[in-house]
Structures are given as structure tokens and as C-alpha cells.
Design a protein around this ligand. Sequence first.
Ligand SMILES: [Fe+2]
Length: 594
Amino acid sequence: MNILGISAHYHDSAAALVVDGVPVCAVQEERLSRHKGDPAFPLLAIESCLQHVGIEPNELDAVVFYERPMLKFDRILTCALRAFPQSWRAFPKAMKNSLGEKVWIRGIISSHLGVPGRKVLFTEHHQSHAAAAFLTAPTCRAAIMTADAVGEWATLSVGDGERLANGRTTIRRFREIRFPHSLGMLYSTFTAYLGFRVNADEYKVMGLAAYGQPTLVEQVRKLIRRTPDGAFALDLNYFEFHTTAEHCYSSRFIELFGPSRNPYEPIDLDTAEGRRFADCAASVQRVLEDTLVQLARALHEETGLPDLCLGGGVALNGVANARILAESGFERVFVPPAPGDAGCAIGAALYCDRICFGNPDRDLPDHPFWGPSVDGSELARLAREDGHFVEDCYDDALIDQIADDLAADRIVGWMEGALEFGPRALGHRSILAAPHTTEMRDRLNREIKYREPFRPFAPVVPLEVAARYFDIPPGGTRLARFMSGVFPVRREWRSRLQAITHVDGTARVQVLEPAMAPRLHALLEAYGQRTGIPVLLNTSFNLAGEPIVNRAVEGYSTFLRCRIDVLVAGETRVMKRTSAMTKTPVNTLKKEVA
Ligand SMILES: [Fe+2]
């Protein structure tokens, strides 16, 4: 049975194909259209999925959209009417957006793909999040919590899931919290207030939070109160996102927190203003964490289960995830590689397969690599045409050479196999570098990523030695599998892991099991043999404002436009002519460590 899942028309569109109960391909539209966060109907992603298995649209048994457009329309209409007359400006825009595309999605899918309307199905948005979190996790029974800005009406849901011995699957929802009361919208409101882009830059707020103190927690708590039933409610006097598309926060919000940040001015942490913004970030981060921990703890007490599956965009908050693991009572916390709306494409398809069609349970591959594969020969051809130094070498020799490059402080663009699904580079489309010095961090920020200096870089470490360098609690390696948790760097290693240690002594570490990305694992070992520390800095392979690279040509284009020294795709290694002339000695660090 071939089931296509689609998420689209909000942000970060994606498609995923499930064949006989197992995902075979999933890709975000932005990776193919090269338009970051592309919300368009994901025609390129759909085409890529169908090509991957060589089927035509008429061979699809079902196409599942990741939310119910009419319910969403109902929410937008109801909110606009409730807020009238303040909403009169926003009303036509909201109607145009909804009526223009979202409400008529069955017809749009039907006409684009040529499939009959009866084959187009819908799941609820938080059902899609729940399925993406639970059905991809290696657990038979778990509590499920999903949290995001908003789907149709729900903004947070709690429930459980079970894969039964008879092959059937259940996913239940116990309760939900509804718009406009939303943890995601609370965080996004601060994202806007701090001058960042809503639905895109929330992770910058988390990065900034480490530089501040939660001195404004009491003020943030005025915005959100706990309700007697254990849920929460926002004080809507401080917000405007529910009445207008123009602003997230009201004048009362400004009275409480002071003037908002001008997005075009850098945050200077040496000024009182800069520290106030950092304190705002720290305070909303603390309140978000506290609320999630309390909700998770209550869910643990209610279900008595050891496992929790977390979904929705809020599950991208690695600091909150680590606290949930430490404080809620759950022994294991599973976050999929794409917990946000893109991941709903897989969730919707799997929900339809297991729940709507009642197909039997399947063990799913436990990795994030569902996209198109890279072609090393394409890179070799492009680079030779431009006169760069190109080597084709087999596995061990290539790994040794790249380990030498990294130990010589060269920055490596690393492309391997199938593209990651989700926002994080997990070892197939990564920029790799030595993690030891602040100079390397500053060089990456200045010459390659062109981004704010307060944002940390992440490390990758082999599973076998992760505990030597990072203080990871029981269950934490699971959270770190897809870089979903933030944990302390062990104090004794911080001076030698400066480039990946955040200002508060933590890191968003990826703990790599050998089977998930064997070549990267071999590279980490080879690097460890040279330097004594098998840890690398691993940041997504893209420049600021661009999506993560997909094909060799995009990696090559990025390589030419910034100061990456070495580019690898498959078995092809390319070195810039300038880098080849400035080779620095290998093993200098090893001597220092010894
Ligand atoms: Fe969502």
C-alpha cells in the first residue's frame, strides 16, 4: 500500500511516502526549491518521493494532508468574529489565506496529482504530530505530548500510544489545550519582541537565553497562569496574535517588558539594553520549561509509563527536553528528527496507515536519512572543470585524509548518502571542524555561517565515549541521538572543547551510534587517534538564510562562496587551490593534549 503524506501552506512544507507501512522517502520542499522554509504546495518533494520508488501518482492508495483545513478555517473565522471590530483589518487577509488555498486542499491535491478526491484524506494536526513522535520511536507503549503554536484549534495535547501484540496500533488523546492559549505562541511572541522571525528563529531565543538571567520570570508569569485542571491560560490582554496578523503583543506587553528590539541592530550584551533582552529570553525560556515539566510530570503520574514521545515544534527546544527527562519521572524521552510541521508529513501518512486503514505494526528504521542521495561523481566533474584539486579515494584512505584535514584546522563540508529530514544536520549534510578553540568558533561565525556570535555550535561524539566528555543522564543518549537535548560539557574538558561549549557550559550534543552514520563514526575515531579527542564540531551545511544543501552542486556552490577548505561527497574530496597552499602541520593538538 502506497500512502503519501503532505504538510503545506503554513511553513516548511514537506512530503513523505510510506510503502507497506514503512517510510521510504521524506523531504522538505525547501531542500529542493532552495527557498528556506518554503510553505508552497510541495510538488518537488512529492515528485522526489514518487521517483524514489518509481511509481506514478495513480499508484497511490491514499494522499493524506496533515491537518483538517475546515477546522482551521473555523478557528480563523471564529477568532476574527470574536475580535471584531479590532480584527477588521486582518479579517480579509485571513480569509484570503484560508479560502485561497487551505480550505480547498482536496481539490488542489486532486488536480495536482490527478488522484480522485476520495483518495485524499485528512488527519488532525496534533494527530499528525503525535503519530510522527510515537510511531517512529522504538517503543511499544508510551505517553505522548505534543505542543506547538497552533494547528486547527489544539496547541498542546496529551495522550498515549500502544503497539498491540495483535499488530494493531492505538493512539489516544486524553485532553488538549486550545488556541489562543498556546506555549508556542507565548514563545513566538517573545521571538517577535526580541526582533527575530516568528516560526523560524525561536532557536535564537533559546541560544540568547543562556546569556541572561531569569530576572523577569514574575513578569512572564503574569502572561500565563496555571488553571485548576492542570492546564494553562494566557492573559490575552498582553497579546494581539489572536486578533491581528500584524502584531503578536499588545501595548500592555511593552509596558511590562519595555521597548522591543530593533531587528536591524545587533544585540550588545555589554549594554543594559542588550542584557535586558537576554534576560527576557532567559525568563520566557524558564517559564516554558517549568510549564512543560509540570505537564509532563502530571502525564507521567497519570499513565505510569516509563516512555514519553514528544512532538510539535516546541519539542525542538533541547534545553526544555533535557529538563523534562531529568524532572518529569519519564525514563526515556523520544523526539523525532523532525518534530515540527514538516515531520507531520510522515506522521499523517503513518497515522493513516496504522489507525485509519488498521494496517499491521512495523518496526521502522531509527534514523533521519530519508531524502535524496548525494552523487560524488557530480562533485568531481564540477570541481575538475574549475581546476580545483580533486581526489577520488576509497573509504579508509578518504577517512584518514579528512581526519588529517580536520586535525590541521581545515573546515570540511561533508556530504554523505541520503539527506536528513528535519531542521538539523545529523551527519549527512554537515560542516565539520575541530571543536577545541574559540578561534574556530569565531572563524566559522565570521567566514562561513555569518551569524550572531551568541549562537552556539553543536558537537558530535561517538556513543561509546560520550560520557567521558558530556554529563548525559540515564536516557539522555536517546534524546541526543537526533540532537534533541542540551547537556553539560564535563568541566574538565571545557577548555579543550571551547568551540562547542555554550556560555553556560552546555552543548546540544549529537551522540552517534556507529550503525546510524558509519562513515562519520569512523571519521570521529580517526580524528580521535590524531588529536586524543574524538569529538567534532558539527553544524548544518548551509549559509545564513539558505536551506541545508541537498545535491553535490549545492554543496559545491556553498563551498565556493565561503571559506570551507575541503568538500567531500561520497568518495570525492575537493580542496580549494588556496587551502592546498597553506597546509598546516597535523598532530599539533595531540602534542598539547599529551
Ligand atoms: Fe504544528
